[in-house]
Design a protein around this ligand. Sequence first.
Ligand SMILES: [Zn+2]
Ligand SMILES: [Zn+2]
Length: 385
Amino acid sequence: MDLKAVAEEHYSAVDPDLRELSTWMYENPETGHQEFATSARLVAFLRDQGFEVEYPAWGLETAFDAVAGSAGPEVVICAELDALPEVGHACGHNVIATAAAGAGLALLPLVDELGIRVRVLGTPAEETFGGKVDLINAGAFASADAAMMIHPTPSDLVDPSVLAVKHLDVEFHGKESHAAFAPQIGHNALDAAVQGYVNVSTLRQKLYATDRVHGTITYGGGAPNVIPAFTSMAWYVRAATAERLEELYAHVVACFEGAAIATGCTFEIKQSGNTYTDMISDPVMVDLFAANSAALGRPMPRMADLDEGAGGSTDMGNVSHVVPSIHPMLGINSGSAVNHQKDFAAHTVTPDGEKAIRDGALAMAWTIIDLATDNRWNELGSAAR
Ligand SMILES: [Zn+2]
Ligand SMILES: [Zn+2]
């Protein structure tokens, strides 16, 4: 029996457990850095199945590092853990985590024969703080030769374009006053926020097609008869590259600065979490994954086949700048529902959602088998970084 068939057999033995685990995650969503029950449950499962697991790992309370193999090239398979407030696993990280565990378990009995090391790395807080950036800084990817993960989405795409992003908290500080008999002595922080929002809208004519700037007012003031002395906003600024992001960020800061000056307020910008970079999909691994996915009955289109100019953002982008990486998107047939909608979460536990776990896990495992058996390691990292 060839190694891919052996891996598939090992995968099939845990397939029901993985589906159950994914449903459990769907029913018990935890947000970034709060993934305590999620990480504990995945760790218990991986240990049960024979992985050596360090937990917590790399200085993060909800990170874990499940290791198999003692020598040879090393592949890190990323298991994202976090859900979103209110909409739960609407980004389908339950599919990501269980596919990562499944790929690891498919390879676990083969690592010595393949002469490789495989790590299933539990990576917290993808949606908010960029946990993978902290993991990079702590050295979690220092010994890796390749890294990969899969992500569910409405439709397949093997090499998604990923935008660099900064998450910002913006505050305006003014001066309160009676809104009827002495408005002239107040400095209206809500006017500053509204003007800041309008300034960003005016900036849109200068944006590139791949730039994205979007925000909300998180505090708009208290009583309507008091000139608001304080308002706050949350903004994301995204661009195709980290360099363009810095340029765009400066324009966005000017929008808030102008609004503050015009209204007599002061402003403060705090970056929340890490800056996410764009993603470099490793062409060798993209080709291997696409071929393996097609062999599983899932032929996947490439970015070049589509008209769309931009996608979301992920801290896997940062990983791709330090280790050759891929981040294929697997369709779950979610109809009109897209990531970050409640309906999308519900689709992760349908047969199509569960098929993405199986296809994702096996396509990753088979890609790693190809890298090892054909000794392709030296070809990785050829894309510009
Ligand atoms: Zn998301
Ligand atoms: Zn996601």
